[in-house]
Design a protein around this ligand. Structure first.
Ligand code: ATP
Ligand code: MG
Length: 429
């Protein structure tokens, strides 16, 4: 580092020292780092502290080996098989302590598209910095010297509010295509502009997203959707041309007026909840993102003569099969998504005992919120959602008075049976 850069870095160091203790666990980390001269805070936390944002988590880098790091902490375990790192439990947080990595991307083993397959060699701090993705993510704060160590001009980029890939962007995206998605997420979340050279190759390289293992893609998508800036991220994804490879047909959904309104509302609602630190259900969010796919498949099947409920079941299978091939949405999540989708037709039944039974269903609240979103997007009449809102709040007598007469749905069913005499009795919902 030049003398001037070092001076700037020291000045920035005091900014980190000031901000760090405000985050729970930050004080402990600072004290710990002062005692040892080989631990540095790195990555997102340094970047966020310098931007005045509370970091989500802490990452620590060191030149000590995992087996040397582990005994330093009371609650720590070594994880990872290929590249081992230490997870340290500090209060409610898990701090990831990783030994500097040194795989030289030029000699690392890659597949035929340039994706790095093995990346598990220990190295120096400079090498560790070189293999990080963006300049602003390669800043190290050393509590012992109170300095920010900056190998790639990250401090200047932070000041200019620019997100810039370290090295040659196309090569770095080929090594690990997920970096394109990280770029979009971080720029939207932090309000940083994607540097022109960083943005430019994305459109052409977007198809490489197909090579990313589905579980990893799912993790990154989830981070993006739960970042509190999901709307901005999706807008940015579209702008750089990356949306097509992520959720199949997301582009199609976004181009249908109702689908777009629905997705936009769902994302806005999620962002609001995340920023207010209220819990968000990933299942609800994915159910929302894919609803118009399900709806289109469902309607298509009904038009081809399938009965409504089996048609919905089959549409859900179809959509989840397509989506899960690329995005490893977990089973637990898809089970909840199915419940939420599957309950939607049951809201149409507003007579007899059925509304009471629906109220008792385990996922009622989530399914009702989903209905509210459908109403807000204009897919179902607002009156419909208002009825359910009132029904939940009403006392027993009012509820009884609200019920619709029994005849409606039965008559319709009889008429339908007449049209298709061969069809078996519909299964109870
Ligand atoms: P946040 O935690 O706010 O989502 P982050 O930048 O800290 O953002 P992490 O996934 O916690 O993201 O990663 C920590 C650090 O590891 C990053 O700052 C970056 O230096 C490095 N890193 C993460 N993913 C990659 C990648 N795909 N390629 C290169 N470096 C990466
Ligand atoms: Mg992080």
């Amino acid at each position: 580092m030049s003398e001037r850069a070092a001076a700037a870095a020291t000045a920035q160091g005091s900014a980190v020292i000031e901000a760090l203790p405000r985050r729970p666990g930050g004080r402990e980390l600072l004290d710990l780092g002062r005692d040892r001269d080989d631990l540095a805070l790195v990555g997102g936390a340094v970047r966020d502290l310098l931007l005045g944002i509370v970091p989500k988590d802490f990452d620590v880098a060191t030149d000590a080996r995992p087996e040397q790091v582990k005994p330093l902490f009371r609650r720590a375990l070594i994880i990872g098989r290929r590249f081992r790192l230490v997870h340290v439990m500090m209060g409610a947080d898990t701090v990831e302590v990783s030994t500097f990595r040194g795989a030289d991307p030029d000699t690392a083993q890659k597949d035929e598209h340039g994706r790095v397959l093995r990346d598990n060699v220990f190295g120096t701090q400079a090498e560790d910095a070189r293999r990080r993705d963006f300049t602003v993510n390669a800043l190290y704060f050393d509590p012992a010297t109170e300095e920010v160590v900056d190998f790639h001009g990250g401090l200047a980029d932070l000041k200019k509010r620019v997100l810039r890939v370290i090295g040659e962007p196309a090569t770095r995206y080929r090594e690990d295509p997920i970096r394109m998605l990280r770029g979009v997420r971080l720029s939207a979340k932090l309000g940083l502009r994607l540097d022109a050279a960083t943005r430019e190759p994305i459109l052409e390289l977007a198809p490489l997203m197909e090579r990313v293992p589905p579980a990893r893609l799912f993790d990154e998508m989830l981070k993006l959707l739960l970042s509190g800036h999901a709307s901005a991220c999706l807008r940015q994804l579209r702008e750089v041309g990356l949306h097509k490879g992520l959720l199949p047909l997301l582009d199609v959904i976004l181009e249908q007026p109702l689908g777009e309104r629905f997705v936009t509302l769902a994302l806005a609602q999620t962002d609001e909840r995340v920023l207010a630190e209220r819990p968000v259900s990933p299942a609800f969010l994915f159910a929302a993102l894919l609803w118009h796919e399900v709806l289109a498949a469902w309607r298509g099947r009904e038009a081809r003569g399938e009965r409504s409920i089996p048609a919905l079941e089959n549409a859900m299978d179809e959509v989840l099969d397509t989506q899960c091939a690329k995005l490893a949405i977990t089973r637990k999540l898809t089970a909840t998504m199915r419940e939420v989708w599957g309950m939607q037709p049951r809201f149409e039944q507003r007579s007899g005992q059925r509304p009471y039974r629906l109220l008792e269903a385990p996922r009622f609240r989530m399914a009702y919120d989903f209905l509210a979103l459908r109403a807000a997007s204009g897919e179902v009449p607002a009156e419909f959602e208002a009825w359910w809102r009132a029904f939940q709040a009403a006392d027993a007598d009012t509820r009884k008075a609200m019920l619709l007469p029994e005849t409606g749905p039965r008559k319709r069913r009889r008429r339908r049976r007449k049209k298709r005499p061969a069809a078996p009795t519909p299964a109870p919902a």
